[in-house]
Write a protein of this length. Structure first.
Length: 213
């Protein structure tokens, strides 16, 4: 098992990135606004499953490489940190996309399996979480602890668990407040702007901190 310090550190990093509106949040809000609470919550579940598929891929692939190569680790770390900052800049520049997500036209109902699969696809292809898991997850492993793969599988489970809780709040809130969101474009823009700035801070933090093997 990872140390308590590593669990808390990765949990905090995950929480910060989860609450920043990204592709998964936008999709969840869109589902809530167009087809209601049930579909949005199913989307959240699918997204969490997609996120953990990313964790598994990193733990058995990229994670194994960076755990034994300092050069590979540093390259992945700085490329990932730079991309997180880039995503933050994009979030600030395109913060109005949040409003577009909640004002999208309604769509036809879909089956439970289809809605979960939709969420899974969004989760497994989310660039924000791919960067987090590939660049940041190995930093939180303890070289003196169990196998890095096991540690990353345990640590990585924190992200989808936190995402289920936070994204469910988005889903329920959006399903109950369609008119409130639609009438408040500046509020939605502020969410995107603050989230983008926070993401840039996380990227800088990833670049300046981490393991020193």
């Amino acid at each position: 098992m990872p140390s308590t310090a590593h669990l808390l550190a990765f949990g905090l990093t995950s929480l910060i990135l989860v609450v920043i509106p990204g592709p998964s949040v936008l999709f969840t809000i869109s589902r809530a606004m167009t087809v209601g609470r049930r579909a949005a919550l199913l989307t959240v579940i699918g997204n969490a499953l997609g996120c953990y598929l990313q964790v598994t891929a990193v733990a058995f692939g990229v994670g194994a490489l960076v755990s034994v190569s300092v050069v590979a680790f540093m390259i992945m770390k700085y490329l990932g940190a730079g991309y997180i900052v880039f995503l933050g800049v994009q979030a600030v520049r395109h913060r109005r996309s949040l409003l577009e997500a909640v004002t999208r036209a309604t769509s036809r109902p879909r089956s439970t399996v289809r809605v979960v699969l939709d969420g899974l696809v969004v989760g497994v292809t989310n660039p924000k979480t791919i960067v987090l898991f590939a660049a940041a997850l190995p930093q939180f492993t303890d070289p003196a602890g169990p196998a890095p793969t096991v540690q990353m599988l345990v640590l990585g489970a924190l992200f989808p668990l936190i995402a289920v809780v936070c994204d469910s709040v988005w889903a329920v809130t959006a399903s109950r407040a369609r008119d409130w969101f639609a009438r408040s474009p500046r509020r939605m823009e502020a969410v995107g702007g603050v989230g983008g700035l926070t993401m840039m801070g996380v990227g800088i933090g990833v670049a300046l901190t981490g393991r020193k093997d």
